[in-house]
Write a new protein. Structure first.
Length: 245
C-alpha cells in the first residue's frame, strides 16, 4: 500500500444515538471503541490514517495518542470533514482512502486492499465501495444510467420515491486521486440541510467526465451502520460472534 493514506471520519456527535459524553465512534463493541477496529485493520495493511475529530474530540485523542488528528470545529458535513484533513495528507500520497469511523468495524483487510488495487489498476479518479441490500432504508442510493455507469449518489432524505426503491447503496468508503479530490471539494455547494456532502463529489466527477469505478462488496455483512441503540446492540452481537469464530 505504497503512497496510500486514509482519512477516517470520526467527528460526529451521534445525534440519533443521543451521545452526550463521548463521540459515537468511541462507543464500545465487545469492550473496545468502535473506531479501534478499523484502526487495527489499517495497521495490518500498513496504511497511515488521519482521524477527523469534532464532538468531544479530547476523548479520542487521549485514547489514541499515536495517531494524526484533524479538527472539524463546525460539523458541516462529510465533504467539509474531509477538507479539514487536507493539511495532514503527505505530499507524496497518490491514493486517499476515505471511510467512516462508525460503520467500518467489520471490514476485512482484503476488502480494502482489493478496492485500492482496483482503483489504482484502473487509474480511476474516484472509486467507491457499494453494497446491495434488500432493505436499503436510511442509506444513500447509487444512481446508474441504463448502461450501468454511475451517475451519482442520492441521500435518502433527498431521494424520490422511485430512487428509494434502488437496492444498491453507498458504503461511505472511497478511493480518490488527490489531484481530483481537493479541487472537487471546493466546488461542492452547501445543500438544503446546510451541509457539504462528500457524496456530491461523485456527481461532480460525472459532470467533469472523470473516471469513476465501483467495487461491489461480495459479503454484505462486512458493513454495518451504527446510528441507533438497536443497531449498536446488533453490532455487539455480531462482533461477539466474529471474535468467537
Amino acid at each position: 500500500m505504497k503512497n496510500v493514506q486514509a482519512i477516517i471520519l470520526g467527528a460526529g456527535k451521534g445525534t440519533r444515538i443521543n451521545a452526550k459524553n463521548i463521540p459515537k465512534v468511541m462507543y464500545l463493541l465487545a469492550g473496545r471503541p468502535i473506531i479501534s477496529y478499523i484502526l487495527d485493520t489499517l495497521k495490518k495493511i500498513k496504511i497511515k490514517p488521519v482521524i477527523v475529530v469534532g464532538f468531544k474530540y479530547e476523548v479520542i485523542k487521549k485514547q489514541f495518542p499515536p495517531y494524526d488528528f484533524a479538527l472539524q470545529q463546525k460539523r458541516l458535513g462529510t465533504g467539509h470533514a474531509v477538507m479539514c484533513a487536507k493539511d495532514k495528507i503527505l505530499p507524496e500520497t497518490a491514493t486517499i482512502l476515505v471511510l467512516n469511523g462508525d460503520d467500518s468495524a467489520f471490514y476485512k483487510p482484503e476488502t480494502l486492499v482489493n478496492l485500492i488495487l482496483a482503483h489504482q489498476k484502473d487509474d480511476a479518479d474516484l472509486s467507491l465501495l457499494t453494497l446491495v441490500r434488500n432493505n436499503p432504508a436510511g442509506l444513500g442510493r447509487i444512481l446508474r444510467d441504463k448502461d450501468g455507469k454511475i451517475l451519482g449518489i442520492i441521500e435518502e432524505k433527498l431521494a424520490t420515491a422511485t430512487q428509494k426503491k434502488i437496492k444498491e447503496v453507498n458504503c461511505g468508503c472511497y478511493c480518490f486521486k488527490p489531484s481530483f479530490l481537493w479541487p472537487a471539494l471546493k466546488k461542492v455547494k452547501k445543500n438544503i440541510t446546510g451541509e457539504y456532502f462528500l457524496t456530491d463529489v461523485v456527481g461532480l466527477a460525472v459532470k467533469e467526465g472523470k473516471k469513476i469505478e465501483s467495487f461491489i462488496m461480495k459479503e454484505p455483512n462486512e458493513w454495518l451502520g451504527i446510528n441507533t441503540y438497536e443497531e449498536l446492540e446488533q453490532a455487539q452481537k455480531k462482533m461477539q460472534q466474529c471474535l468467537a469464530a
